[in-house]
Each structure stands twice: as structure tokens, then as C-alpha cells.
Design a binder for this molecule. Sequence first.
Ligand code: GAR
Length: 208
Amino acid sequence: MAEQKQRLGILASGRGTDLQSIIDAVARDEIHADIAIVLSDNPDAYAIERAKKAGIQAVCVNRKEYADRKSFEEVLVKELRDAGVTLVVLAGFMRILTPYFVRSFPGHILNIHPALLPSFPGAHAHRDVLAYGVKISGCTVHFVDEGTDSGPIIAQRSVPVLDDDTEETLGARVLIQEHMLYPQVIELFCGGRLQVEGRHVRILPPKK
Ligand code: GAR
């Protein structure tokens, strides 16, 4: 019997190029899943337009309209559940999620971070990379746990940091890698090919 397709719920706060790479990979049949819903905390996020253009349900849950994180996250969880989401994908979602949210989808939340974790976690990775003077940066896809950018690492890609880089030039170089890596990892998850043992994530061979 064919396995049930995963139903993705994608959360994005901004321009949504990571989201677009996932939409495109689903359309090309490189990710065998359905995008059930796109959620944004920001009414001005271009990600919402991208979802609508692709015919995907898109909902803004404006953080500013909620008194606290808990009531905001309760609405996010309800939207995801109502849409039948089985895998939550954070794609440039710039809010830290509380344990309540993380426990609502245990082991079923992925994030992409624009640096080589565990170095440079947080919201200003490129700025921090440039300030520190490292020569290599990149991106990391990881499971989300209750810490900030601290969950088990699934895959990473590296890029050089150049002497004359700005946050924009470095960010653009990293994004090229993000757009390749994130769809690949989502497909591995959907194919049941990620095995988590503590902090270690093994990539299993394709199923016959
Ligand atoms: C991406 O670089 C993503 O890795 C990063 O935000 C950018 C979103 O770009 N995420 C974080 O920093 C999460 N802490 P996009 O809106 O074009 O997809």
C-alpha cells in the first residue's frame, strides 16, 4: 500500500524565496508531498503572495494582534491542525517558537538556518559571521527542538566568505545553497529516510 503523502505547513515571515524553492520542487515532483497551508506572522510578507499565486491556502496570523506568544501560537497550531498538516516547515520564519508549539508537532518541525550551526544561531547570522571573521559559512537544516537553532542537524552546505562580502552578498550566496538543500531534506523526510538517534540524524538509503 502506498504511504500517505505528508501534508506540509510552511511558515514564513518575509520575501519567501525558500518557500518558493519548496513550491517549485513540489511542482516538479521532486518533493512527494502536498503543501496544505502557508502561514505568516507578517501581513506584508511577500511569501503570502507567492503561496496565493501557486493556488495554496495562505493565512496571515499577525503577531501584533495577539497579547502574548501563547495566544498567537494557539492560532498557528489550530490553523495547522485544521489544514491536516503532518510536517511543519519553517522557511524564514523569524519568531522563536515556545515549547507549547514544538510539543504540538514532536519530531515533525524542520528549520533552515543561514549559517553553519552550532555557530552563529539567532536572527542575525550573516552579520555575526562577518563580524567574527570566519572564512566559511553556509546553511543548516535541522529538526526543531525547544532551544533556539539547537535541534539535531540533518544536513549542511558551505560557501566561502569573501573579504568584501556584505550581509547581502553573503546572504545571496548562502540562499543559492538553501534553495537546493531544503527541498532535498524535505523529500528525505517525506520518504521516511531520516532516522534520529539523539543528536545524530542518519540518512537511510532509498526504499526499494
Ligand atoms: C533565509 O536565509 C533563511 O535561512 C533565514 O531567513 C531567510 C529567509 O529568506 N532564516 C532565518 O534566519 C531563521 N532564523 P526568504 O524569506 O527569502 O525565504
